[in-house]
Design a protein around this ligand. Sequence first.
Ligand SMILES: *Cc1c(COP(=O)(O)O)cnc(C)c1O
Length: 377
Amino acid sequence: MTQTRPQINFVDLKAQQNLVRNKIETRINTVLDHGKYIMGPEVKELEEKLSEYVGSKYCVSCASGTDALLMALMAYNVGPGDVIFTTPFTFIATAEVISLLGATPVFVDIDQETFNIDPVKLRETIFNKINNNGHTKPRGIVAVDLFGQPADYNEINKIAAEFDLFVIEDGAQSFGSEYQGKTACGLADIGTTSFFPAKPLGCYGDGGAVFTNNEETAKLLTSIRVHGKGSHKYDNARIGINGRLDTLQAAILLAKLEIFDDEIRRRNDVANRYSELLSTTLKTPTVRPDRSSAWAQYSILAEDRDEILAKLKANNIPAAVYYPKPLHLQEAFSALGYKTGDFPVSEEMASLIFSLPMHPYLEKEQQEYIVSVINNL
Ligand SMILES: *Cc1c(COP(=O)(O)O)cnc(C)c1O
C-alpha cells in the first residue's frame, strides 16, 4: 500500500481559518483602525460573550491559561505555608503556579476511567493532611478537566465545603463541555481556561480567561490582572501581574466564537467515530453519562503503545503522548519528595496512553485510515 496520502494534521487550524478568514480579517482591521491595542473594546465584548456562554456572572480575560490559574490563586491570597490539592496527571502549569506562589502542591491520584482527580482519594488525602501536619494550611483544590471532560465537581465541591477549601476548575482543555447541564469553567468557585491555539477555543497566540460568580473575586482578579491596580493604574493596592489579553487576540476569538458550537459538535462526531472504529481493539475513552467532553484530545490506552506510535509515525500520522511523566516524578517538583509508586494510576496511565489526531475537520476517510494503520490492515 504505497499510494500517497494527504497529510493528516494533529490539529488543523488552517481548515478552521478557511471558514472564518474573512471575519477574522474584518475584526483585525477594526482593531488596526481604532488602535486600542491594550484593553480595547473587543476585550470587553469578548468577556461579555464568554461569561454568557459559560453562564457565570463575571469573566476576566487574561494573557494565558497559566496566568488565569495564577490570578485565581492570587485572588485567594495563596502563599507560603498553604497547601493546594491537585492532580499529578496534567500539564505542568496546573501545579507550577502553586509552587510559584510559594505554596505546596499536594498531589492526589486520578480515576482511571476519566483521568481526572479521584474524589475518594482526594477526601482521604485532605483528611490525612489536616490531621498529620500542623505547619501547613490546606486552602484549596485545583481540579483539571483533562482532555476536555469535566472532573466530578459534585463530589469535589462537597468535599471542599466539608473542609472549608476553595475549588478552582482548570478548564484549559474543557471549554465547551458540560457537567450535569452546566457549562465547563462554571463548575467551581473559579473556573480558568486557555486560548492557546491548539485548545478547543484557540486564538493566534497566548490567551486565557477566569470565570466566577463572586463579585468580590471578580474585582480582585481585575486588579491583579493589571499590577494590582486600585482606583487607577498608578494606584497599586496589591501585588499583581501584567496579565492582560491583547485586543487583537480578543478580536480573533470573537470571530472564532461564531463557529465554536459547530466545532464542538464536530469534535463529538469525530470522537464517536473513532470509538466505533476502535472499540474492538483498544480501550477507548469513557465519558460519564452526566457530562460531555470538548475533546481537546482523543486519548486511548494500549499495552503496545510504543509499537503503535512507531507504526503511526512510519505512516506519517501524527500522534502524541499526554502525559509521558506525571508531575510528581518531574525534576521541577523533586523538592516535594515524591517517588515512583506514590500515584500508581497516574504512573500506569502515563505508560499506556497516547492521543490521536483530533480536530473538528478530521474526515471519516482519514479516521478510517488512521485506524487501519493501528490495526495493521
Ligand atoms: C494548556 C494548559 C494550561 C496552560 O495554558 P496556557 O495558555 O498554555 O498557559 C493549563 N492547564 C492545562 C490543563 C492545560 O492543558
